[in-house]
Design a protein around this ligand. Structure first.
Ligand code: SLL
Length: 255
């Protein structure tokens, strides 16, 4: 018996694309930053140059231990230019960078997919080291022991993916192949990640996202009403103005 070899990731033909099929893959990007020493002056100021140790991490927003390397080839993290070698390339899960530093900045991420025909996804994530001004923080929180967490939920949308890539996107590897899964070595699982106790659950992040959407919609509604009110007021003022002007001309001309 001969078997047909499956060539993955090299085809540039569109013949084996699943037209009009859309696959959404949720991911969570998070930063987790620990204060190294208390910032209130217990330590000499020279130590503030590396006052925080932080991690940026990309994980699945679908199921906790989904192996992202099924469809993600590598993640590039572009740090601030004050870092030695700011461009960090991570090719195996967990897709993360651990660093130390003193300041906040925007980290640029590029996510490359196993199907090299898919354009890399570019996104940004703000490295948050300190609570915002006026932000309500839980009382007694010790940022040397539990990190400041900033997580966002995103959906990567694949349009008309190649058939083989569709399989990768939709079928966990355990159910793929010829049943011989013993060669499959799982990467470090998020459920066993040292930062796991500080990560929000996928459900919580999603419902926060939904709440934010509802808030945005409410805000939009409110703004629309305000705009409408202002518009009718402008119309009123405008007609008043016309009436006064007409009156003025009439008065001036006749008087
Ligand atoms: C700020 N605009 O001023 C930002 C820049 C840059 C942070 C923050 C480097 C650490 C190292 C570092 O933390 N840069 O020296 O390796 O807040």
């Amino acid at each position: 018996m001969s078997s047909t070899p499956v060539v993955e990731g090299t085809s540039s033909s569109s013949s084996n694309r699943l037209n009009n099929v859309v696959v959404r893959k949720p991911i969570i990007v998070g930063t987790y930053s620990f204060q190294k020493n208390s910032e209130n002056g217990n330590q000499p100021s020279s130590s503030t140059s590396q006052a925080f140790r932080w991690t940026i991490l990309v994980r699945s927003g679908e199921t906790e231990d989904e192996d992202l390397s099924e469809y993600i080839r590598r993640v590039e993290f572009n740090l601030h230019s004050t870092f030695a070698q700011p461009r960090r390339i991570v090719e195996t899960p967990p897709f993360q960078v651990e660093e130390q530093g003193w300041g906040e900045f925007e980290i640029n991420l590029r996510i490359f997919f196993q199907d090299t025909n898919e354009r890399p996804l570019e996104m940004k994530h703000w490295l948050k080291l300190r609570p915002d001004d006026g932000e309500v923080v839980p009382t007694g929180v010790d940022y040397t022991k539990s990190p400041l967490v900033s997580e966002t939920y995103e959906e990567i949308v694949f349009q008309s993916p190649h058939e083989w890539f569709y399989e990768k996107l939709t079928k966990p590897s355990i159910t793929r192949g010829n049943g011989n899964t013993s060669v499959f070595l799982p990467p470090i699982k998020i459920s066993q990640h040292p930062l796991r106790p500080f990560m929000k659950s996928i459900e919580d992040i999603k419902s926060e996202e939904r709440e934010n959407e509802v808030k945005l919609l409410d805000l939009e509604k409110f703004l629309r009403t305000q705009i409408n009110n202002h518009q009718s007021q402008i119309l009123l003022v405008d007609s008043d103005y016309r009436a006064y002007r007409d009156h003025f001309y009439k008065y001036n001309i006749s008087g």
